[in-house]
Design a protein. Structure first.
Lengths: 116, 115
């Protein structure tokens, strides 16, 4: 099973360029999440989508936009990249069902983004 | 404010030398505590979920325990392949439905096990 797939794995951008990070899951999960991971900061939530058709801001949403394209796909867009957005970005998804709120999140292997 | 603190930041062990990692948390109400393992260049991999004080879970050389203020990840007779960063995260009871699945992560403990 593929689980959570993120593309691309690596990317280098120049300041001011735009880019969309792609995430797809094949586990029929309702909820999807975007995090960034920086040295010494831990994982921080950027945006999440509790279900298809809804999106909400997390802890650090400034400079980002998201689209929940369908149940499988959740994309993250940087409209005008800044060096402070250099980070590793992780997408995650969480299961569905009556007890879904207690189920673990499953992560992709990340996109390593450098902005010069 | 909900908060998760992990200690130590880094831990070096000899193969076979047992030890524990700590995760202290402050949340308004705990819905669940999660342990993940993260290898270099990879995403976090789920290990355990703990829901209530006194609960314990085991997997191979790892055992996770939970009290009302902290969780421990005990590593018994570790092997070099146990080297990784271990992340702790809590899920708090929230007042609004959409955020009830959201996790608050600690900064992790980087474990190195030497042969």
């Amino acid at each position: 099973n593929a689980g959570v797939t993120q593309t691309p794995k690596f990317q280098v951008l120049k300041t001011g360029q735009s880019m969309t990070l792609q995430c797809a899951q094949d586990m029929n999960h309702n909820s999807m999440y975007w995090y960034r991971q920086d040295p010494g900061m831990g994982l921080r939530l950027i945006y999440y989508s509790a279900s298809e058709g809804t999106t909400d801001k997390g802890e650090v949403p400034n400079g980002y936009n998201v689209s929940r394209l369908n149940k499988r796909e959740f994309s993250l867009r940087l409209e005008s990249a800044a060096p402070s957005q250099t980070s590793v970005y992780f997408c995650a998804s969480k299961g569905s069902g009556f007890f879904s709120s207690n189920q673990p999140q499953h992560f992709g292997d990340g996109t390593r983004l450098s902005i010069l | 404010e909900d908060q998760v603190t992990q200690s130590p930041e880094a831990l070096r062990l000899q193969e076979g030398e047992s030890s524990s990692l700590n995760c202290s948390y402050t949340v308004s109400g705990l819905r669940g505590l999660f342990w993940y393992r993260q290898d270099p260049g990879k995403g976090p991999e789920f290990l355990f979920t703990l829901y209530s004080a006194g609960e314990e879970k085991e997997k191979e050389r790892l055992k996770a325990t939970l009290t009302k203020k902290e969780s421990f990840l005990h590593i018994t007779a570790p092997k070099p392949e146990d080297s990784a960063t271990y992340l702790c995260a809590v899920q708090a009871v929230a007042n609004y439905g959409g955020s009830q699945g959201n996790l608050i992560f600690g900064k992790g403990t980087k474990l190195s096990v030497k042969p």
